[in-house]
Ligand binder design. Structure first.
Ligand SMILES: [Zn+2]
Ligand SMILES: [Zn+2]
Ligand SMILES: [Zn+2]
Length: 513
């Protein structure tokens, strides 16, 4: 039975997508087990570099600890980064600004690998990215590396064939090439024979629905990737060691291939709507280009005008500076001469002033000397005075008087000199049997009224009366001073003493002067 061209296409696709991808997984697993590591650890080890395969413009916040190579053009899409890293968390609120983004695009957990990652999740492109960039298992220029590249270019070739059909002639060539690539890879991890068997099985397998579905899935993935227009502006230059993204088939190619292949109207609509988005974007870009063309001459004109203006201003300023320089040169000589002359004058004046100052200083010294003498004699006088004061009982003077001026102290001393005050106090003790009339007697002496005999209460124990009173010695008349305090009595006695002395004091003062 001669297979149809459509069937040839399916066979090639399944060979690449099934067996080709399997050999890539085995290769990666082989490398990881040789290194004694896991896919998760491997990705986490290379996390920073993997991140920059997607965000290749500018540094991120982790670059301050370690900078890594950044490719000149974007190698991974965000959706591919999502497969490798744990990018589900929120963005890190960091202040590293990269073009058109408020932050670098780090998520809180993206220094970890996607927790569910397994080798079988990685398509050929991702396997290639990891193997080429982060392992040495496919060295540059090696046959095996070329085999991997060829496998991917065969995938592209199959995608790009018209109407998803491969002629019987082409099929044999394609099949041989694809198998050769797969076996070259299998030879690295030592499973050439097993892989040959698998390819044989795949060849005999009938083309069922599941294979179509798988193909459909793969084609969709490729298409989705292609619709993510990379934001990088990088040219075709690629830094050494960085492997560029594979050239995926154009959407038209996939479109026609899928149209022929599936005839699924739902899928068709999906593709068409994606196509519209692209058309919209293209129109937008064209609009932008047009407006840029319009604006450019105006901007150029504006810039030229500004430059002219700046030139004119600069020239004017230069001229002004030149003329100022000349006038400064002319004036400065004259000014210096004047300054020297005035300096001379000032110098002469200063010399005269210094002489005068010296004279003054001498006079001042004399004055200081004589004032020293005056101070000494004053001190002597004070000493003598203090001696005299102590003679008149200075130490007995109350502090209040000492705080007064010298004259008052002297006056106080003179007034009290040789003065004595008589204390005219007496005590009367009345003793007698109970009810004999002691209280009545005391009341009579104090000239207080007597109560009726029935109202008189007997004194219990002892009764003391303190009475301030005076008795005139010449007439024998009593004067009672009720409500007068001890302090007032003392003041009165002092005053009497001083007043009686006043006449003597005045004559003494006159003699002293
Ligand atoms: Zn950052
Ligand atoms: Zn950050
Ligand atoms: Zn970085």
């Amino acid at each position: 039975m001669n297979p149809s061209p459509r069937h040839n296409f399916y066979r090639c696709m399944t060979l690449i997508v099934d067996n080709g991808n399997e050999s890539a997984w085995e290769l990666l697993d082989y490398y990881l087990s040789n290194q004694g590591t896991t896919l998760k650890d491997f990705i986490e080890y290379n996390q920073h570099e993997i991140y920059h395969l997607c965000y290749n413009y500018g540094c991120c916040c982790r670059c301050q600890y370690l900078t890594v190579n950044k490719p000149k053009s974007r190698i991974l899409y965000q959706s591919q980064l999502d497969i490798l890293l744990d990018t589900k968390g929120t963005y890190i609120p960091c202040n590293v600004h990269v073009r058109a983004k408020p932050t670098c695009s780090h998520r809180v957990n993206d220094n970890y690998a996607n927790p569910n990652i397994v080798t079988k999740q990685l398509d050929l492109t991702l396997c290639r990215c990891l193997l080429f960039n982060f392992t040495n298992i496919l060295p540059q220029g090696s046959v095996e590396r070329q085999a991997f590249e060829d496998l991917i270019s065969m995938l592209n070739k199959c995608f790009s064939v018209a109407k998803g059909e491969i002629s019987n002639n082409d099929y044999q060539t394609y099949k041989t090439q694809i198998e050769k690539c797969i076996l070259a890879l299998a030879q690295i991890f030592g499973k050439t024979h097993a892989m040959q068997e698998k390819i044989k099985v795949a060849e005999k397998r009938s083309l069922d629905e599941s294979i179509f579905k798988q193909l459909q899935q793969t084609s969709l993935q490729v298409k989705t990737l292609q619709n993510q227009v990379p934001t990088t502006m990088g040219g075709p230059n690629i830094s050494p060691g960085m492997i560029p993204q594979i050239e995926t088939p154009t959407q038209d190619q996939i479109f026609s291939a899928m149209d022929e292949m599936m005839g699924a109207s739902g899928l068709l609509e999906q593709f068409e709507s994606s196509g519209e988005t692209i058309e919209d974007t293209t129109a937008e870009i064209q609009n932008l280009k047009k407006s840029a063309k319009r604006i450019l001459p105006a901007v150029k004109m504006n810039t030229t005008l500004k430059i002219q203006k700046i030139d004119e201003n600069t020239e004017r300023k230069l001229k002004a500076m030149e003329s100022r320089k000349q006038s400064v040169e002319h004036n400065s000589a004259k000014k210096i001469k004047q300054a020297i002359e005035s300096n001379h004058k000032v110098f002469e004046e200063s010399a005269a002033k210094i002489q005068k100052f010296n004279e003054n200083t001498e006079k001042t010294m004399h004055a200081i000397d004589s004032s020293h003498e005056a101070v000494e004699s004053t001190a002597n006088n004070i000493e003598k005075l203090e001696e005299r004061l102590s003679k008149c009982g200075y130490s007995n003077i109350p502090d209040e008087i000492k705080r007064m001026d010298k004259k008052s102290v002297k006056r106080y001393c003179l007034l009290l000199k040789g003065k004595m005050d008589k204390r005219q106090h007496f005590r009367l003790v009345v003793v007698g049997p109970k009810g004999s009339g002691k209280t009545s007697l005391v009341r009579r002496i104090l000239q207080q009224p007597l109560d009726k005999p029935s109202e008189v209460k007997s004194t219990n124990g002892i009764d003391i009366h303190i009475l301030k009173s005076k008795i005139r010695t010449n007439s024998g008349k009593w004067i009672f001073m009720e409500g007068v305090t001890n302090r007032q009595v003392a003041n009165m006695r002092l005053k009497r003493c001083l007043v009686e002395k006043t006449t003597i004091e005045e004559t003494v003062e006159k003699r002293m002067c």
